[in-house]
Design a protein around this ligand. Structure first.
Ligand SMILES: [Zn+2]
Length: 243
C-alpha cells in the first residue's frame, strides 16, 4: 500500500493528510498538542479533504482547547523526589531498593516510601504504587457504601475499581454494578464520596436529569466544590475528563 503525506493548512490549522487505500476518511485530533491528522482514501480530491476538515472545524477547535486546558502530569519516572498524591495530599516519593517483596508505606505526612527490588524498571515501580492505591481504595469504599446505601435506599450487586480514561466512576443500573476510577485514590476522600453518591444515585435515576441533580445535591450539598477539585487536577495518566 502506498501512502502519500501532505500538509494542509485549513483556517490556520495545520493538517497532516495521509493518503491510503481505505474506504472512508478519518479525521483525528491528537494529544498532547492537538495535532490534526486526516487519513483519506486515494480517490478523494484535495478539495474534498479540505471541505471535510472545514466541516469539522468546530469540533477540532473544541478538542484542541480541551488538550490545551488540561494540565498533564509529566511521564513519571518513579524516582526519589517526585511528587505523588494520595487522598488529596502531596507526598514526596522515596524509592528504596531492597531484596524483599515490594511494598509502599507512608512516612509521616510528607513522604511516600516505595520499596522495590534492585533494578526494578519504572513501569514495575509504578505498578507497585498503583496496586497500593487499589488496596487503599478497596479499604475506603466499603464503609462509604455502608453509610450511603441505606441513606439512598439502594444496594449495589457488585462494585470494582479500574483505570478509566474519561470518567471518575460508572454505573450499570440494570446490573447494579458500580466502578470507581483508580485515580480517585489521589483525591480527597470527600471527592471519592461524592462520586460514590453520584453512582449510587444512578440506581434511582439512570439519566443526568433534574431529578438526578436534585438527588445528588440533597445528599452532597457541596458537590460543586468536589466536582471542581476533580476537574482541575491532572487526571494523571490520560488526557481528558469528560464529566
Ligand atoms: Zn453519572
Amino acid at each position: 500500500m502506498t501512502t502519500e503525506r501532505l500538509g494542509l493548512v485549513v483556517a490556520g490549522i495545520p493538517v497532516e493528510v495521509v493518503r491510503k487505500a481505505i474506504k472512508n476518511l478519518h479525521l483525528g485530533v491528537y494529544p498532547p498538542h492537538g495535532r490534526v491528522r486526516v487519513a483519506a482514501p486515494l480517490v478523494i480530491s484535495d478539495e474534498a479533504v479540505r471541505l471535510a476538515v472545514i466541516d469539522k472545524l468546530g469540533w477540532i477547535r473544541r478538542q484542541q482547547a480541551k488538550f490545551a486546558a488540561q494540565p498533564r502530569q509529566s511521564q513519571r519516572e518513579m524516582v526519589t523526589g517526585e511528587s505523588h498524591y494520595f487522598l488529596g495530599r502531596r507526598y514526596r516519593l522515596r524509592v528504596h531498593e531492597q531484596d524483599a517483596p515490594p511494598r509502599v508505606a507512608l512516612r509521616g505526612i510528607a513522604s511516600l516510601d516505595l520499596f522495590v527490588r534492585p533494578g526494578t524498571p519504572a513501569e514495575q515501580r509504578e505498578a507497585v504504587l498503583l496496586r497500593w492505591y487499589r488496596e487503599q481504595l478497596k479499604a475506603l469504599i466499603p464503609p462509604l457504601l455502608e453509610k450511603w446505601q441505606p441513606l439512598l435506599g439502594v444496594q449495589v450487586a457488585a462494585w470494582g475499581i479500574k483505570r478509566m480514561k474519561t470518567k471518575w466512576g460508572s454505573c450499570n443500573p440494570t446490573a447494579r454494578r458500580v466502578w470507581f476510577n483508580l485515580e480517585l485514590a489521589k483525591k480527597p476522600v470527600p471527592c471519592l464520596e461524592y462520586i460514590l453518591v453520584h453512582e449510587l444515585a444512578h440506581l434511582l435515576e439512570r439519566h443526568h436529569n433534574e431529578r438526578f441533580a436534585a438527588l445528588v445535591a440533597a445528599h452532597v450539598p457541596q458537590w460543586r466544590q468536589y466536582r471542581e477539585l476533580l476537574g482541575q487536577a491532572p487526571l494523571g495518566y490520560e488526557e481528558g475528563w469528560a464529566g
